[in-house]
Design a protein around this ligand. Structure first.
Ligand SMILES: [Zn+2]
Length: 73
């Protein structure tokens, strides 16, 4: 398995990856759970605009959604 390299754009090969932050009402909340919005960070190629990857700042708050998914909800 090839290790994911967030430092290079898979589309144009640029190494100039910037970061954008998506927050507020457009943030991510744990699936069907009440809670705060969590900011979503996007890794964006500053040459072609390709979103290389995204992640949330507090992944642990989504742990409680894992068992729901396994049950098929
Ligand atoms: Zn690119």
């Amino acid at each position: 398995m090839v290790k994911f390299n967030a430092k290079e754009c898979p589309k144009c090969g640029s190494h100039e990856i910037g970061r954008g932050k998506q927050s507020g009402y457009a943030g991510v909340t744990p699936y069907e759970k009440m809670g705060f919005n969590h900011s979503l960070i996007h890794l964006i190629c500053t040459d072609c605009g390709w979103v290389v990857g995204s992640y949330v700042e507090n992944p642990k708050v989504f742990k409680k959604t894992v068992s729901d998914y396994i049950r098929g909800i």
